[in-house]
Ligand binder design. Structure first.
Ligand SMILES: [Zn+2]
Length: 109
């Protein structure tokens, strides 16, 4: 290399770089759809069991689900436990189900 700095030769005109906002994407364990994190509900496995984490700040292994009842029902059939690498206890299920019941039911088309 003979000191040919490309930065000297090429006048790099400052292009207005389109700022792509980094939106964290997460997969719904119910339907496997990938969506921006803020449209998802986080479920986390804590020392006290598996619970819903509306703040997204609880430490622990987390999984994400749509705020749709259908996805929760589906996730609870196995994918959620798998994603969290945990068995859902009866208590966990009760807790998740009561949250699920606050979600809008699938709208009939
Ligand atoms: Zn889903």
């Amino acid at each position: 290399m003979i000191g040919n700095k490309p930065s000297d030769k090429l006048k790099v005109t400052k292009k207005p770089v389109q700022r792509v906002k980094h939106v964290p994407q997460r997969t719904c364990v119910g339907c496997r759809e990938v969506l921006p994190k803020r449209q998802m509900v986080r479920v986390v496995r804590t020392a006290d069991g598996v619970q819903v984490d509306p703040t997204g700040k609880l430490a622990g292994r987390g999984a994400y689900l749509h705020d749709k009842r259908e996805c929760w029902a589906r996730g609870m059939r196995g994918a959620l436990a798998h994603a969290l690498k945990a068995e859902l206890t009866a208590e966990d299920r009760a807790r998740l189900e009561s949250f699920m019941n606050t979600l809008p039911a699938e709208t009939n088309v």
